[in-house]
Design a protein around this ligand. Structure first.
Ligand SMILES: Nc1ncnc2c1ncn2[C@@H]1O[C@H](COP(=O)(O)OP(=O)(O)O)[C@@H](O)[C@H]1O
Ligand SMILES: [Mg+2]
Length: 262
């Protein structure tokens, strides 16, 4: 069993035990060193059905993410950015699939931990696509029924950590612009500087969900699906992004062969 770099990700060490030790809960700052992230297995057939190809480091298809990963990380590093929001003009652009593959690709090919957070509170899909058990999730975290350590999951890939959302969260616009969510974003960002946090956001034009929370992220990646969005929708999306740091736009589903990203 592989371990995370103990110098940088002390709270996210992989162990097979789910329980936090009593000492971990009761000794303040040092306690974080002993917190254990739940490790859950991934099923390749389930992943492939959901177009998650980057779990296999050597898969020819995971190569499609190399360029995207390299460019995104380069810009993020140059600017000291650690949080990346992924959005699109409208639903079904492939945000969630892209977010998962990009996070896995970062975990595989860099020394950074990739933490993927499901913030599409209306249509959460990260846990479902990955086939994660979600007895505790963002739902419980935001309801004050769980601690952060309890809701983070490590789906066997080293340095890949997920904060899934099990079911839609009502009043999603209000929740996303709440102080609790602002604190969560800041906390996830500040805890380790060797961590890239990717937020799978709702679409821009379907609701006000994204607008208020957008300034909390260091940068944004816009996913546009080929043929799905009009020029007007794309222009409107760019307008919505306003002063946010747009790191790039991905034209998704670009080729008839479904799995291509360019
Ligand atoms: N590159 C792609 N080519 C073809 N289909 C894709 C691609 N990316 C995603 N899909 C499919 O499109 C649908 C929507 O993808 P999803 O990631 O859930 O979109 P979003 O999160 O933007 O709503 C899913 O059925 C997914 O498998
Ligand atoms: Mg989605």
């Amino acid at each position: 069993m592989e371990m995370f770099n103990p110098d940088t990700e002390k709270t996210e060490q992989q162990t097979s035990s789910k329980a936090m030790t009593p000492t971990a809960q009761s000794t303040g700052l040092n306690a974080l060193s002993y917190v254990q992230t739940k490790v859950v297995p991934l099923r390749p057939d389930h992943l492939e059905r959901n177009r998650i190809v980057a779990y296999n480091k050597n898969s020819s298809m995971s190569g499609a993410f190399d360029l995207l990963r390299t460019q995104v990380l380069k810009t993020m590093e140059e600017n000291g950015w650690r949080t990346l929001a992924i959005t699109s003009p409208t639903p079904e652009a492939g945000k969630t699939v892209l977010a998962i593959n990009l996070a896995m690709s970062i975990a595989h090919h860099t020394t950074k931990t990739a933490l993927l957070v499901d913030f599409d509170l209306r249509r959460p899909k990260v846990g479902e696509y990955l086939g994660l058990p979600m007895d505790k999730s963002l739902n419980e975290l935001l309801a004050d029924e769980a601690e952060l350590q309890e809701v983070l999951v490590n789906p066997t890939l080293p340095r890949f950590v997920v904060l899934p959302t099990r079911e839609p969260i009502p009043l999603s616009t209000e929740v996303l612009s709440s102080p609790a969510v602002s604190h969560l974003i800041a906390d996830l960002r500040e805890r380790y500087n060797s961590r890239i946090v990717i937020f799978d956001l709702p679409p821009l034009l379907s609701s006000d969900d994204v607008i208020n929370v957008l300034p909390r992220f260091d940068c944004v990646l816009l996913v546009v699906a080929n043929g799905l969005n009009s020029r007007k929708e794309i222009e409107e999306s760019l307008h919505h992004l306003g002063t946010a740091n747009l790191i790039g736009t991905v034209l998704n589903k670009a080729e008839p062969e479904n799995r291509s990203y360019y």
